[in-house]
Design a protein around this ligand. Structure first.
Ligand SMILES: Nc1ncnc2c1ncn2[C@@H]1O[C@H](COP(=O)(O)OP(=O)(O)OP(=O)(O)O)[C@@H](O)[C@H]1O
Ligand SMILES: [Mg+2]
Length: 460
């Protein structure tokens, strides 16, 4: 526990000693001063958390000490002591930043209570500041960490779009690749940053409610519409609206979105007037919208309008350089969170991370590293701290033999037949050429194994 450093500035020696005793007994580090000059010296020399300050001192007013406090560290809390005949100076002291004041004569319990409250306030303030700092340095809301070239290009594109007044943006990419981070960054880096940023997850809102959520409705527009209700588009006015998972939006609603894009105006449900609006529309999808258009599941006119600028986030397996880089960032973040000091990854762990396919992309990596940091009781994260799917020897064998020479390979693992062939070879090697054992491990009969070996031209 942190020990509070208390400075008592009080020229009445008896009172000063009594107070010092009380707080030393309560586990404070206590220093005392009888004059403003002594107090100033201590404040400039030591790290003080809390000051109990008599307003009337032999060499001047306690307000002078208050000024020194503000100069040294405005977060130091000051409790003033004043004679009950001097209310005005106490009020003035509060105005110049003292935390509280106590009137003489006082009970010791009263002082203890005020001090305890001050310590609690300060602890809370520090905790908030620490969390804020941690948040800002580790996860600036919009900072995408990456050392990958393609991601550099992504950032460059976001900046270009951010500088336009209202160009819309479509973000594509597998689940967990950072689409929401891109939307955050676009808003944050644009001139609209101080205006609303409304996120709508189109998949999370029931189909029949989405329209009235987005566009609002007039009073009496339908049964149950007792009052006029503003929609999310309206609330996003002057800012940005993020239509996440737009692929789930029902087709009947899509032309209405197109209309907002084209005319920058909309109509509430049941409304007769068009309402002008200035909003940037950002949409994201983890499904291939072109393919959905081809299958008649998404309207082509909306896609073509959205597609003016597209950012496609590469899956994590295609940015091998980011895997280890991000893993280390997440280790550091989790070290702070869980009060650990893990230094990194063993080379075996790195290998496993590099060869895994990461279907859940950065989100999955983040979760895997959180779990690993929690489980890890060594300086470096070991293979055993990774979940089973990463430790799966068999797949790993295949992937390794396919890609082992170049762990930063381009992620192309060949056809299913290639993989089957490699895997049979790998298992044969593991079983020292013993075909019965190999067949058993592979879960096929000996004759099937023989057939496949013939098919793939595997000697033995
Ligand atoms: N480059 C990155 N640096 C740091 N954290 C990242 C990065 N990319 C993604 N993340 C983190 O991974 C998680 C998933 O990111 P995000 O929610 O943006 O993905 P998404 O593409 O929107 O996923 P989904 O399609 O599932 O909605 C978040 O916790 C995000 O902070
Ligand atoms: Mg998302």
């Amino acid at each position: 526990m942190f020990k509070c450093n208390l400075l008592i500035v009080e020229d009445n020696e008896d009172l000063c000693i009594t107070l010092a005793d009380v707080f030393r007994k309560n586990d404070f580090n206590v220093q005392t001063a009888f004059r403003t000059a002594d107090a100033e010296q201590i404040l400039r020399r030591d790290l003080i958390d809390l000051v109990i300050l008599d307003l009337k001192l032999p060499d001047g007013s306690g307000l002078k000490v208050l000024d020194v406090v503000k100069d040294v560290d405005p977060d130091i809390l000051v409790i003033m002591i004043t004679a009950n005949t001097h209310v005005e100076p106490a009020v003035e002291a509060m105005k110049s930043g003292a935390y509280d004041y106590i009137m003489k004569p006082f009970e010791l319990d009263e002082v203890k209570l005020v001090v305890q409250k001050a310590v609690e306030t300060q602890t809370l303030k520090r905790e908030v500041a620490r969390l804020k700092r941690q948040n800002e340095t580790m996860f600036p809301k919009t900072d995408m960490f990456s050392v990958n070239k393609k991601m550099e290009e992504v950032k460059r594109m976001i900046k270009i779009v951010a500088e336009t007044p209202r160009t819309s943006l479509l973000i594509e990419g597998e689940s967990g690749t950072g689409k929401e981070l891109v939307a955050d960054a676009l808003h944050e880096w644009s001139a609209r940053a101080s205006q609303p940023f409304i996120k709508v997850n189109c998949a999370a809102i029931p189909e029949n409610l989405l329209e009235s959520e987005l566009f609002g409705h007039e009073k009496g527009a339908f049964t149950g519409a007792d009052t006029m209700k503003k929609g999310l588009f309206e609330m996003a006015n002057n800012g940005t609206i993020f239509l996440d998972e737009i692929s789930s939006m029902q087709q009947s609603l899509q032309p209405k979105i197109l209309r907002v894009l084209e005319t920058q105006s909309f109509r509430r449900i049941g409304g007769v007037a068009d309402i002008k609006l200035d909003v940037r529309i950002v949409a994201a999808s983890n499904r291939d919208l072109q393919e959905m258009v081809n299958n008649g599941e998404f309207r082509d006119d909306l896609l073509y309008r959205l597609k003016v600028i597209v950012i496609t986030l590469p899956p994590l397996r295609d940015r091998a350089d980011d895997i280890i880089f991000l893993a280390n960032i997440f280790i550091e973040a989790n070290n702070r969170e869980f009060n650990k000091s893990i230094q990194g990854l063993t080379s075996e762990t790195k290998d496993l991370l590099l060869h895994y396919q990461w279907p859940g992309n950065v989100r999955e990596l983040k979760n895997v590293m959180e779990r690993a940091v929690i489980l890890c009781d060594k300086p470096l994260i070991q293979a055993e701290h990774l979940p089973a799917e990463l430790n799966d020897d068999l797949t790993n064998g295949v992937i390794k033999s396919l890609n082992g020479a170049n762990p930063l390979g381009n992620g192309h693992f060949g056809s299913l037949a290639d993989i089957e062939k490699m895997h049979i070879e790998y298992m044969l090697e593991q079983c020292s050429g013993n075909k019965s054992k190999t067949a058993r491990e592979l879960g096929i009969s000996r004759s099937t194994l023989r057939e496949k070996m013939k098919l793939y031209d595997i000697p033995g």
